[in-house]
Every structure is written in C-alpha cells, then in structure tokens.
Design a protein around this ligand. Structure first.
Ligand code: DOR
Ligand code: ZN
Ligand code: ZN
Length: 433
C-alpha cells in the first residue's frame, strides 16, 4: 500500500517547509515538488502541520489477550487503538497490570498476538515484575520473554490490579533489570506510607485523594528507587512525576551519574488538587493530582526538558465504577486521546514551543524506548504521522472519545490545536469528519 500525503508542512530546524510525502510502512520520499508516483491512497494535507506520530509510553489498554482476559469491558485493543489514533498517537506501550497480568512469557505472547490483530496503532508492551513466594521475582519468565518487551514495570505501591513489589523483592527487581539490560519503570508510591496515610484519613473521615496519598508517599518511593538504581547500576524511569521534591531528587541523582529518565502526564501538567477536588472521582488517580505549586514545578521541569517525555497514563474504568463512593471508586481515567490536544493548546498559549512538544511526544520517547525507526520524519523512517490543525478550537467532550470510557476530567475544556488525521505504519487510522 502506497500513501501520498499532499501539501502538508513539516518542521525542519525550527522552520516549516511545504512538502509532499510518499510512504509505505516507511517513508520513501519527502519532496518540495509534486510527487508523480503511483499511489493507492491519498491524504490531503491542507497545508497543515505534519508531525511525527505521538509515542505514548504509558497506557493501560486493559485486555490481556488470552481467553481468560477479564478487563476488556474497561477497554480493549480495538477501542484503545481507536482512542490513540484519534489523539494522534501512533505507538503505544501497554502496561502489565491487566487481569491476568503480563508477568510471563506466555501472557506477553498472548497480548502481543491479540494486539497485532486488533490494535490499529503500533503496539508494544512492558513486562510486570511480580513477587513470587514473597521472596523472588519472576526472573526466569522475564529472561524467557526478553526479546518481546520494552521495559520492566514495578508497582512500589498498590494501585489498580494485583501487581505490587516490596522489600527485598524490590531490590531483586533492580538487580534483574541491570542483568537483563532493560530499563526499570516505577510507579513510585510507597505501599507502607500509602497504608499509613489511608488509615489516618479513614479515621478522620478525609476523602481528599491528595491528602489520602500525600506527596511523601511518592517522594520516599522515588528516593528509594534512585538509591536502588545507583546501587545496581540499573537504568531507571520514574513514571508520572507529580511533586516538586521528586524533581530535586532526580536532578541530584543525575549529578551523581544515575541513569534516570522520567515522564509527566497531562493531568499532572494541567490540573491541580483544587480543580481535582471539584471534579471528584473522575479526577481520582494514582499518584494524585497535586497542589498548584507542585503542578507548576512539574510544568516548568517538563517545559525545560528536565522531565523528558509526556505519557498519558491512559487508565480507563467504567462510569458506574467511578460513580461509587470515593473509597471504592478505582483510580485512573482515559487520557491517550486528549494528551496531544492539551499539549498543543499549551503551544497556542505560548507556554510550550511546538518543537518541545514534538521532542517530548516523539523524538525522546523513541530514543528512550529504543524505537530506532520512530520519532522523526525522514526518508527511511517509519511512516507514523499526525496531521494537526494548530488553530482548530474544540471543547473536550467525554461523549466524543473513541475509547470505552466516555468521560474525562477535562470535560468542557476549550482547546486550540487538534489532530485531524493520523497515519500509523503508512495506514490512515484516523480522519476527522
Ligand atoms: O490511577 C492509576 N490507575 N494509577 C495506576 O498506577 C494504575 C492505573 C490503572 O491501571 O487504573
Ligand atoms: Zn502508575
Ligand atoms: Zn499507569
């Protein structure tokens, strides 16, 4: 299949250039002139900006792929893929906390096979570290599966699903990552502290999520993860940074030579705890949305590249699950479809440069995840694009979302800058009506 993308503009050295692009699964030609080659399909670029497709390194598409996959009612590879495509996301890395979890070579294979058939965007998976008999990690399975996953994922605090790694097993996870030469991704909230603060909150009748799981839970966990990364010379990636103190810790560790990358989610960049409190359970997420001071610190670190990449932490649940009382409602919300529009809106408000958004959503995620063909628009690279209208103004509406969750904490927010078409591996996977 040959695709011709006519009359779009691409960023080269900070300047837009009008081009025509010809591609199959890879880019075969980029030209300022007309391309007179045969093609099967054509996408009219309308002189809009053509950006490298977004790589979202952190999604929960819920399905586990096998016959015993239990959470497809929340999301599956088809619905998650459709949501990604509509958000300009052409590559996702899926998290292992589905049911059953992705913690063995067999469950990983089942996931990848099912996703290949049902997900319309490029699909990769992370592998869950699991505590075995309370002492060891599932290292034999990780070794067996090594060629098929991107990174190891560790939940230092319990969140959605069964995965949790603590104590000496946590240390084993870091030494395993170093041995396998894989990055170790951490959900950094300390289980002991989460439990302690939850009990206190329950006694006092506090239901403010930021107070129930205060910053200390995240800061202490990030500190521990950095210590273990240093000790075992593991490459660490801290997911969803959420408070100012974590940034200080990471910068200090980098000065000591610790190899650590990190990500910011749209909700930690664009919402604060006051707003989250008003939204209620639909903004309940782990780690929680923090104070305005923390939000501003995360935003500044992201804008300046201290936090290298954006990742959505797309974590859909059903509306009836979220409608339960605070303690019962699961944490997480859909985000893969709204991440790029939120970032482009920040460009329209001159809070971020477009170059920085491209770097944080494509160039650096490709580099960090080791996706060699991705992240840039160049001849020979993968044909993953998003065509964006930087002036389009639309409101975020839960009912417009393409995933199974038809609600969002950003409901009603007016954003300027939206994807109008998405191409993954040379196939048009989304076109705005
Ligand atoms: O709020 C969250 N939801 N945090 C997580 O770490 C997991 C996620 C989910 O899978 O629902
Ligand atoms: Zn997490
Ligand atoms: Zn997550």
């Amino acid at each position: 299949m040959t695709l011709l993308i006519k009359n779009s503009k691409i960023l080269r050295n900070g300047v837009f250039e009008d081009v025509n692009v010809l591609c199959e699964a890879e880019i075969t030609k980029i030209s300022r002139q007309e391309i007179n080659a045969a093609f099967d399909e054509k996408l009219e670029g309308h002189r809009l900006a053509l950006l490298p497709g977004v790589i979202d390194s952190h999604v929960h598409f819920r399905a586990s792929g096998g016959a015993d996959s239990a959470w497809d009612y929340k999301e599956d590879f088809a619905s998650g893929g459709a949501a990604a495509a509509a958000g300009g996301v052409t590559t996702v890395c899926d998290m292992p906390n589905c049911v059953p979890p992705t913690t063995s070579a067999a469950t990983l294979k089942a996931k990848l096979t099912a996703a290949r058939h049902h997900c319309c965007v490029n699909y990769y998976a992370h592998f869950g570290v699991e505590s075995k008999d309370g002492k060891n990690v599932n290292s034999a399975e990780a070794k067996k599966a090594i060629a098929d996953f991107v990174a190891l994922k560790v939940f230092m605090g319990s969140s959605t699903g069964p995965l949790l790694v603590q104590g000496e097993v946590l240390e084993k996870a870091f030494s395993l990552a170093a041995k396998l030469k894989k990055r170790i991704l951490v959900h950094a909230e300390f289980e002991e502290l989460v439990k302690h603060f939850r009990e206190q909150a329950q006694k006092k009748g506090v239901t403010d999520h930021n107070a129930v799981r205060p910053p200390k839970c995240a800061v202490e966990a990030t500190k521990k993860a950095l210590e273990l990364a240093e000790k075992h010379k593991a490459r660490l990636h801290v997911c969803h940074l959420n408070c100012a103190e974590e940034i200080v810790l990471i910068e200090a560790a980098r000065k000591k030579g610790v190899a650590v990358s990190c990500e910011a989610t749209p909700h930690h960049l664009f919402l604060n705890s006051e707003e989250a409190r008003k939204i209620g359970n639909n903004a309940k997420v782990n780690p929680p949305i923090r104070s305005e001071a923390d939000r501003a610190a995360i935003f500044k670190a992201f804008a300046t590249g201290v936090i290298e990449i954006a990742a959505s932490d797309h974590a859909p649940h059903c509306d009836y699950e979220k409608a339960q009382d605070y303690w019962k409602a699961p944490a997480g919300f859909p985000g893969v479809e709204t991440m790029l529009p939120l970032l482009l809106n920040a460009v329209s408000e001159r809070k971020l440069s477009l170059e920085r958004v491209v770097q944080a959503t494509a160039l650096l995620p490709a580099k960090i995840n080791g996706f060699e063909g991705k992240g840039v628009i160049e001849k020979g690279k993968d044909a993953d694009f998003v065509l964006v209208d930087l002036k389009m103004e639309r409101k975020v509406r839960g009912e417009d979302l393409h995933g199974k969750s038809k609600w969002t904490p950003f409901e009603g927010k007016k954003l300027v800058g939206w994807p109008v078409a998405t191409v993954a591996s040379g196939e048009i996977v989304f076109e705005r009506e």
